[in-house]
Design a protein around this ligand. Sequence first.
Ligand code: LLP
Length: 442
Amino acid sequence: MAPESHKTDPLERALLPMTASVGAGGRLVVGGSDVLELVEQFGTPLFVYDEEHLREACREAVEAWGDGVAYATKAFLCRAMASVAFEEGMCLDVSTGGELYTALAAGVPPQRLVMHGNNKSEAELSEAVSIGVGRIVVDSFDEIDRVERLVGRAGALPAPVRVLIRVTPGVEAHTHEFVRTGQEDTKFGFSVASGAASEAVERLVGVDGVELRGIHAHIGSQVFEVRSFERAAEILAEFFVPFALEELCVGGGLGVPYVNGETAPSQREWAEAVRSACKRVGLSESVRVSAEPGRSIVARAAITLYRVGTIKDLPGIRTYVSVDGGMSDNPRPVLYGSGYEAFLAREVEASRPRSVRVVGKHCETGDTLISEAYVPDDLVVGDILATPVTGAYGYSMASNYNKVPRPPIVFVRDGEARLVVRGETYEDLLRLDVVDDDGVRR
Ligand code: LLP
């Protein structure tokens, strides 16, 4: 939790994308582009990603973990993002047929993909097996049956299907209940404590056409405490050692600061903590210890720009500042009570003494972006209000609630702005409506 005193301070630079700077008159510049000019060109709401930040974050992950570290695409995926992660040396974790399809459409070779999912369909598994994805992370006994059937049916595959077994180490990560996954009471993986994980290993070891490479676990997301990762790594490594397998993947989960005053470990600190925990319990140095960061690669790389449409002062109650997006482009505050900061794109370094509630344009009271935001005194209707650290689980969880079109995404780098996902149009909102034979839309 951030101490109270930080709230009204100017926005901390550590919450902005890496290349962010303050330009003429105090305006925000990212990747060499003045964000107010981007708004003129692309409108609002607008997601702006700092491409150099994305690339640097991928490089840091590869440096910290080595080859095999995978970007968890659920955090943010479009073709441009898949290409960036691949080009910078990461594998890609895909957890559905749709994520798989998008990564392939970006030209990522199947061998660089890790296929996840607690309930992979027959079609998803069959696709993964036939194109030869790098790893399939097996999550249930039903899935083991399916893999056996598919491999048997496929006959001679060019290479064995390489699998990891997802296990639950029984560690309670200190994070929101909905994103906690390492505990015993979970839909994911095989429990180490109950013996299910050992049974899964025994079953997969002898299957023809399947190469069991190792095990995988993911204890939760937005985890700030290295101790939680260490504890999980110790349990995993203890379980792992007797089987003499080759790979241990500790999943994702590294937390990121969202508001002033928060700090989080780096990729390197996370990797070092995990590695030394593994060493303490006797894991051989030759085992590939790896991870799957999502949020920590993309969250800070982006900001969202909104236009303020109305400011409503309710005397003695509070002030509502309404922007032209909301829970459809960022459902995290509603889903998890997540905190964000707000600042004016025209005066990044201004102090923010005024307490307001930033809300969206959706037709429900719950549509809050920032329940208690601090903004400069001179905020007026028409201003461009920015929320930083919106690069993860924002667009990827966006919806069309109230038929609000999803915003465009631009990547900025070296003064160039590249539209990578266009904004939806009203026509897009109808594209799935079925037109009857008589040509009438119903
Ligand atoms: N690997 C696995 C198997 C996962 O389930 C996840 C996230 C990751 C890696 C990446 O975790 P990260 O490094 O991004 O924490 N929608 C929530 C987060 C859900 C995370 C689900 N799994 C949020 O907005 O906070």
